[in-house]
Ligand binder design. Structure first.
Ligand SMILES: [Zn+2]
Length: 415
């Protein structure tokens, strides 16, 4: 049993003093009166809902534009080049590097949207490598195992995509089920992915969704990150990707749509009404020139929005939080878009980085209360970046004025 006595603890949307947290076997078993003797302010551990850890290898690459400006699709070619180059050992190194940087950024759980499955043949060698890398970095992981078998709506896979290929639903499910029984359930869990409506046929997506629901697993899918996907889907199906999904699958709090950059209002309303989640990746969406999701609409509907570091070009949950609100301010010329029912920005952004992520990944975390996983992000209140703030202003000060340097440590499963 461990008892923490933080100076401040984030409970019910604000920092409170003089609380203790009792932890047994990695789970919070009590919250009582404390003496504040443990330095720092405890937040629930940040949950990074959407990552492709190996893309850390692209940092600094793909940022030269000798023949003029470029788009997401040019970046994707650079990514495929990296994929073709990586050995198992290099892939593992990149994953460990990403996961260690995530811990420095206060992230205690990563949802690894994993589609880079194979070594040089279709062997799923990289699946275990990702799990081992997470173990080495000491981060909690939900491996979101991707189905991927098309190069576009009516296209076969191209050479750059061969290491992602899943041949049949039956062999893919057998790999997913094998992972489910082999992972260490206390630190590692398994969810599913249909990569996107362009990389997986809608009939297959239906089967993935119902199989995931049946097994009680979270399911994630990239949705409407780029206009080209919308246009191709309209051509192939006569509707947008989100409308196609709304119609085809049973949307629930276990289902997460990643990006939704260009999603139409009515489609989003239907998705959220059915309990579906949205994950935004503001730094990656900016880097890839995707566009800006209309978060305002999601806020008004009290939808569940989480955050992901996606391409890992920069790993900072605090920056993801800040840019979720700042992008809305820039595009709407209005301050205070991402706010809770009391008008509080900090509690809205912290929820996105913690409990909403936990919901998307199907884990009992993201809130400091009895029965939840004992994962904490500890803020260094003596850091110069936070000089002069009070318990009342600390949340917003972290969101607007701090970076990873103000995070002194992460505690995962109570340790
Ligand atoms: Zn992604």
């Amino acid at each position: 049993m461990t008892i923490y006595n933080p100076e401040l603890v984030w409970i019910d949307g604000s920092f409170v003093a003089k609380k203790s947290i009792t932890v047994e076997q990695g789970v919070i078993t009590g919250i009582g009166n404390g003496d504040g003797s443990d330095k720092g302010a405890f937040l629930p551990g940040f949950v990074n809902t959407h990552s492709h850890a190996f893309q850390r290898g692209l940092r600094g690459r793909g940022e030269l534009f000798p023949s003029g400006s470029d788009s997401f699709w040019g970046w994707r070619e650079e990514m495929y080049k990296l994929v073709s180059e990586l050995s198992v050992g290099q892939f593992r190194k990149l994953c460990v590097q990403s996961f260690l940087e995530m811990r420095q950024a206060g992230i205690t759980t990563v949802g690894e949207f994993h589609y880079f499955h194979h070594d040089r043949d279709a062997d799923f060698a990289m699946d275990q490598v990702v799990l081992d890398a997470a173990n080495e970095a000491g981060i909690r992981i939900v491996i979101l195992h991707a189905f991927y078998n098309k190069g576009g709506f009516d296209l076969a896979l191209n050479a750059g995509q061969s290491r992602f290929e899943t041949n049949s639903l039956a062999s893919w499910w057998s790999q997913v089920d094998k992972l489910r029984t082999s992972v260490d359930g206390s630190m590692q869990q398994v969810g599913t992915v249909a990569h996107s409506v362009r990389a997986v046929g809608i009939e297959t997506i239906k089967e993935i969704a119902s199989g995931s629901m049946h097994r009680g697993m979270p399911m994630h899918i990239h949705v409407e990150e780029q206009r080209q996907e919308m246009e191709s889907c309209l051509k192939a199906h006569g509707v947008t990707p989100m409308a196609l999904l709304n119609d085809a699958i049973e949307v629930s709090p276990l289902v997460t749509a990643v990006h939704c950059t260009h999603t139409a209002a009515a489609d989003m309303e239907q998705w959220l009404s059915a309990g579906g989640n949205v994950c935004l990746c503001p730094l990656t969406e900016a880097n890839l020139a995707d566009g800006i999701c209309d978060v305002h609409r999601i806020v008004k509907q009290c939808g569940c929005v989480s955050l992901g570091s996606d391409s890992n070009a920069r790993i900072s949950m605090l920056e993801e939080m800040r840019w979720m609100e700042y992008a809305q301010r820039l595009v709407r010329e209005e301050r205070g878009v991402c706010v809770d029912s009391e008008g509080e920005m900090a509690s809205y952004l912290i929820d996105a980085a913690t409990k909403n992520g936990a919901r998307c990944l199907g884990i009992p975390a993201g809130v400091i209360e009895v029965g939840k996983l004992a994962d904490f992000t500890v803020i260094d209140m003596e850091h110069p970046q936070l000089k002069g703030v009070t318990p009342k202003t600390l949340g917003a000060a972290i969101c607007c004025g701090a970076d990873n340097a103000a995070i002194s440590r992460t505690i995962i499963a109570g340790a």
